[in-house]
Design a protein around this ligand. Structure first.
Ligand SMILES: C[S@@+](CC[C@H](N)C(=O)[O-])C[C@H]1O[C@@H](n2cnc3c(N)ncnc32)[C@H](O)[C@@H]1O
Length: 235
């Protein structure tokens, strides 16, 4: 199947601002979304307790930064997303939570211009699965590594695959059953169809290996449940 273009992804999210504006219900189809968000923000706070700057990649309506600000107030926040309606909502919500500066930048994370060595924390929530081939993944991880200050961390919470096809099939079957449990057979099909069309996730091992390859001094697994995981690296 031909995967969605960036323009198609942008359009879909332009029309989904409400769903992503609520910390509790933001990602119903994401297994353990709440615990993963708690773990990556708590880990970030512990790794960089004096953080001054955060970059939220694919920020959507700002859920991850809002959560981070509940633990580390008054960060200067840079919010990046393809979708302007998402960014407008994120700006509004994040501005209420910080006395720091809030900057929004519309664009593709692969192309957008940001200052190297300038972020203490980078959060990437449910976004990197939109990256496509190996080259795309490596250039993006390299870029995120360069944007971090030394000692800073990149924390990811995302859809993931397994490296062994048999286990991959098993995982997706279980995820299908999970979806059917919350929304019935039609909902299961709808979610699995848009993942097929829009997403190209990679395994946690793949991403951790790549992080080490591009220079992260440490990588950490925080959580994994079926095809969702929370993990990260320290520069
Ligand atoms: C599933 S939403 C998650 C939003 C938010 N991180 C959250 O967890 O609530 C993914 C977001 O990433 C954005 N996005 C997808 N691909 C992107 C890219 N290449 N560059 C920047 N943003 C992207 C979409 O527009 C969308 O708002």
């Amino acid at each position: 199947m031909k995967k969605s273009t960036i323009e198609e992804i942008k359009e879909r999210f332009d029309n989904d601002v409400e769903r992503f504006s609520n910390l509790e219900t933001g990602q119903v189809a994401t297994i353990d979304a709440t615990i993963s968000l708690e773990l990556i923000t708590e880990a970030s706070k512990r790794i960089v307790p004096n953080a001054a700057t955060i970059l939220d990649v694919g920020c959507g309506a700002g859920n991850y930064t809002v959560k981070m600000l509940s633990k580390l107030p008054d960060l200067n926040c840079t919010l990046v997303d393809l979708s302007l309606p998402m960014l407008d909502r994120a700006f509004e919500r994040v501005s209420k939570e910080t006395n720091g500066k809030v900057e929004i930048k519309q664009g593709d994370i692969r192309e957008i211009d940001l200052e190297e060595n300038s972020f203490d924390i980078i959060l990437a929530g449910a976004v990197l699965h939109h990256l496509r081939d190996d080259n795309d993944w490596e250039t993006t991880f390299t870029k995120l590594f360069k944007l971090l200050k030394p000692g800073g961390c990149l924390m990811i919470s995302d859809l993931i695959t397994q490296d062994t096809e048999l286990l991959n099939e098993y995982t997706w079957q279980r995820y299908g059953e999970y979806l059917e449990g919350i929304g019935g057979a039609e909902y299961r099909q709808k979610v699995l169809d848009y993942i097929e069309k829009e997403d190209s996730p990679r395994s946690m091992n793949y991403q951790l290996d790549l992080m080490k390859k591009v220079g992260f001094s440490k990588v950490e697994i925080l959580h994994k449940n079926m095809c969702f995981g929370a993990f990260g690296g320290i520069k």
